[in-house]
Write a protein that binds this ligand. Structure first.
Ligand SMILES: Cc1cc2nc3c(=O)[nH]c(=O)nc-3n(C[C@H](O)[C@H](O)[C@H](O)COP(=O)(O)OP(=O)(O)OC[C@H]3O[C@@H](n4cnc5c(N)ncnc54)[C@H](O)[C@@H]3O)c2cc1C
Length: 447
């Protein structure tokens, strides 16, 4: 390893900050360019989604860099989905079958700040307010724009790690240089964040240790807890159509929509109508590109390589897992960057594609399928099968959230398991009616 070699990281979001920390610790001279101001010094929005779900893959990465103890104090465990049915009934559907199988709500800003502090403490230099406009990979220079006065300058960049999110400038440069391909598949549904403030005593106004969901078929509202007793609620809704953002243009329309579909949540949301119109409507989409790197000069990771829709709560977790994969490649190939990036891409691309597909599928599950009694039976049955065959049958959700099995493998096994569950529940209305002898045969044959 050539300690002191220069690496430029573009973007100091969660993935860029984690990569900078890791690479600085390995002895590289790391400079990070981040277009936004420093969120530790200036009050700015942390960007999309105020809080996010952190699960095992992200936790594994944070443990490896020794930050989990510090991050721990910002976490709120969520044991399951609290379903708010149309009639007002509540059901807590546990995420896993074991007490430790929980996911955590974490503040995006606090997590990002913790990572930036740690990266700087390891010697990385973060330059805020500089946007990377373009990269000349042949000359090894970045063109930066000063977000304050619009001034431009070219700087030498060494090896470039593109962690600049869904609209990545580094991805653009890599795809152009390699004659590669990129595809941004924008979902027809967007999102809007609203706040449920703490109660008058500062406590939570709904169950604290759950991810709340109001599934309504074509759309849904969700809410994740924050350490100050509030919840961040997010409405996921079509941009166009009968029930859509386009159809909600007046205070009356917004109030009627919330009172009709979310009557228990509506009175809890702070300044519902004014917040609804003041807060932006976010876009959601899936980014796929190939290749991810160019001749050992630049590589993309995190959302820059594989932005996904948020319905599996895995985008950041997957980006953090990229670091674990990169670490393995650097351990094998040192600073032979061409080999490092090629093997990194070869290993991660199938996993990124798999979680992108599973995240899209999970939207249907969250907003719709959870209401189906067959879904609940399959969930119960999959836990029973996991108890009986722990090495061969693990529910897909658990494989993604609580295990470190590659996403592509979770996806492959999940499809076989879904076929087994379909067959076993076809004519069963409850667990008592399931043919467990047949289950044993199917699992022996297929898994
Ligand atoms: C509504 C919503 C909810 C989500 N919930 C979850 C969840 O529960 N769990 C989960 O794991 N994931 C979740 N995600 C996904 C998660 O937000 C992303 O996967 C994660 O932020 C990716 O991190 P990143 O560092 O790769 O990219 P980003 O977070 O996008 O960070 C990129 C950084 O690069 C900077 N930048 C961009 N362009 C340039 C440029 N040209 N020059 C310099 N700097 C630049 C940006 O300012 C930013 O700081 C959610 C996403 C959304 C939209």
């Amino acid at each position: 390893m050539t300690a002191g070699s220069a690496i430029t990281v573009v973007g100091a979001g969660p993935v860029g900050a984690l990569m900078s920390l890791y690479l600085a610790r390995r002895g590289f001279e790391v400079t990070v360019y981040e277009r936004r101001p420093d969120m530790r010094r200036k009050e700015i929005s942390a960007g999309r989604s105020i809080n996010l779900a952190l699960a095992n893959r992200g936790i594994d990465a944070l443990e490896r860099v020794g930050l989990m103890d510090e991050v721990q104090r910002h976490l709120i465990p969520m044991r399951g989905r609290m379903i708010h049915h149309e009639g007002g009934d509540l059901d807590l559907l546990p995420y896993g079958n074991k007490p430790e199988e929980v996911i955590y709500s974490v503040s995006r800003a606090e997590l990002n700040k913790t990572l930036m502090n740690a990266a700087e403490a390891e010697g990385a230099t973060i330059r805020f307010g500089w946007r990377c406009e373009s990269i000349n990979l042949r000359a090894g220079t970045l063109t930066l724009v000063d977000e304050g006065d619009g001034g431009r300058r070219d700087v030498p960049c060494g090896v470039v790690i593109g962690a600049d999110g869904g609209g990545s400038a580094v991805r653009e440069a890599v795809v152009t240089a390699t004659n590669g391909a990129q595809d941004e598949d924008i979902l027809g549904h967007g999102y809007k964040e609203l706040t449920i403030p703490p109660g008058t005593n500062g406590g939570f106004r709904m169950e604290e240790n759950a991810l709340h969901i109001w599934p309504r078929g074509g759309f849904m509202l969700i809410a994740l807890p924050n350490p100050n007793g509030s919840f961040t609620a997010t409405l996921f809704l079509s941009h166009e159509g009968k029930e859509s953002f386009a159809a909600l243009q007046t205070d009356t329309e917004v109030e009627a929509f919330f009172n009709r579909h979310f009557p228990d949540a509506a009175p809890l949301i702070a300044d519902l109508t004014s917040s609804f119109f003041a807060n932006p409507t976010g876009m959601l989409g899936t980014v796929r590109c190939f290749p991810w790197h160019h001749e050992g000069k630049a590589v993309v990771m995190g959302d820059a390589a594989h932005a996904i829709v948020p319905f599996h709560g895995q985008g950041m977790n997957a980006g953090f897992e990229d670091y674990v994969a990169l670490d393995g490649c650097i351990a094998r190939f040192g600073t032979d960057w061409n080999a490092v990036f090629a093997v990194f891409e070869e290993g991660r691309k199938p996993d990124a594609d798999a979680i992108a597909d599973m995240a899209l599928e999970n939207y249907i599950e969250m907003r719709d399928t959870v209401r189906d009694p067959k879904f609940l039976l399959k969930k119960e049955l999959s836990w029973k099968l996991e108890e009986r065959y722990p090495d061969r049958f693990i529910p897909r959700y658990s494989m993604v959230m609580f295990h470190l099995l590659p996403y592509a493998e979770a996806y492959r096994r999940g499809k076989l398991q879904a076929a087994i569950l379909d067959e076993l529940t076809e004519s069963a209305g409850s667990l008592d009616e399931v043919d467990f002898d047949r289950a044993a045969i199917l699992i022996e044959k297929m898994m």
